[in-house]
Ligand binder design. Structure first.
Ligand SMILES: [Zn+2]
Length: 386
């Protein structure tokens, strides 16, 4: 591989995008999209805009191409390769110009603005979130926008502190670990599911969970505490727990805007390559399971668009200032050049685009697809999707 360190973000992003594109065309048989293809795909999908649903999955904690989309990585993502990519529109060059911390980067994806809040503090995003735009413009109730998030640090992501929006205007956030902590009273047999953060020993607030969480479990998810605990015992990771909750939420509440933040891959910070690979393989499988659920659930089937994208990548092996797969410290061009897969209602099948788009383009794209305005977002609607 060429040394990327001296190259500019633009050059590296273009190179990475081309190699992803070429690989996807060969391995997944996708066609190269062109700017000449007609847009307005969503308008042609035949589903009234008011019935449309969107599910967003962030592909947890960042992975590098050599363990995913490069030829040597594809064995780790068989479900994306086989089940999802052939029916999707895939963007090979999604550039993240913001801060590479998981909470702040995910918040930026959700606001369409590069947020600068402290990644390790319990703060809301400063700009309106997609959930607030969606609910206000389309007059949707709180139950129509949900976030399922991995850790304490994400509990403020559902709504901003922007003066025109703020408390009560955004998404409901559910933290499956809080549910489990409340249900199990912190029992040791769930420790592998309750780990809150892979990143730093300095930020590890105790998981809280109480009556409120237990009420969510029974009243919203229609799960008894005993059934929930029994099922949790069969699961191998926090993201498995999240997807279990997601399925229950889809069945019982069927929100139109559902955001799932995966995080297992970030176990890479612990330094064990095999655990990082396990995380990628599990995330790959869980993405396919969510897609399967979308197709099976009558409230979602045929009218839902699924987006999958990482918050950012990880350091390259070539960068002397980084630690390879383990961390995302250097902000090098490779860790900033991610991808996005869109699948389902209104999306062209089997097309790959390699022009640069920005991480902040997601929110305006969702706004154009579902017909709500995202006036303070910095990005632009992705023309190939709207
Ligand atoms: Zn991390």
């Amino acid at each position: 591989m060429e040394p990327y360190r001296q190259s500019s973000l633009v050059d590296v992003s273009r190179q990475v995008a081309r190699s992803r594109r070429d690989f996807l065309r060969t391995a997944a048989g996708m066609a190269l999209g062109s700017a000449l293809m007609p847009s307005g795909a969503f308008a042609r999908s035949g589903t009234a805009r008011t019935k449309r649903k969107v599910v967003v999955i962030t592909f947890g904690g960042g992975a590098r191409d050599q363990e995913t989309f490069a030829p040597e990585g594809q064995e780790n993502i068989p479900h994306l390769m086989r089940d999802l990519l052939p029916g999707s529109t895939f963007f090979t060059q999604v550039v993240n110009r913001g801060i590479l911390g998981h909470y702040v980067a995910t918040a930026s994806l959700a606001t369409g603005v590069y947020e600068t809040i402290n990644n390790f503090a319990s703060l809301p995003p400063e700009h309106p979130t997609v959930f607030e735009y969606f609910r206000r413009d389309l007059r949707r109730p709180p139950s129509d926008a949900w976030v399922v998030a991995p850790s304490n640090g994400f509990n403020r992501i559902g709504e901003s502190n922007h003066r025109s929006y703020g408390p009560g205007a955004g998404a409901r956030v559910i933290l499956p670990k809080h549910l489990l902590a409340a249900a199990s009273k912190g029992r040791a047999d769930y420790e592998h599911l309750l780990r809150d953060n892979y990143e730093t020993p300095y930020y590890a607030p105790a998981l809280q969970g109480g009556e409120f969480e237990l009420r969510q479990l029974e009243e919203i998810l229609k799960l008894s505490v005993d059934d929930f605990k029994a099922h949790a015992r069969t699961l191998s990771s926090p993201d498995e727990l999240s997807v279990y909750i997601v399925r229950q939420l889809m069945r019982q509440v069927a929100p139109s805007l559902l955001w799932i933040t995966m995080h297992d891959i970030d176990v890479a910070h612990a330094g064990a390559y095999s655990l990082y690979i396990d995380g990628i393989q599990r995330t790959d499988r869980l993405c396919a399971e969510v897609w399967e659920t979308i197709q099976k659930e009558p409230e979602y089937a045929g009218k839902t668009t699924l987006f999958i994208l990482p918050d950012f990548g990880r350091d390259s092996d070539e960068d002397a200032g980084g630690n390879g797969f383990q961390h995302h410290r250097t902000g090098d061009p490779l860790s900033r050049t991610t991808w996005m897969l869109a699948l389902g209602a209104g999306v062209r099948e089997g097309v790959v685009y390699d022009r640069p788009i920005d991480s902040t383009d997601l929110v305006p794209t969702l706004g154009s697809m579902l017909d709500f305005s995202t006036s303070l977002a910095q990005g632009k609607p992705i023309q190939e999707l709207v």
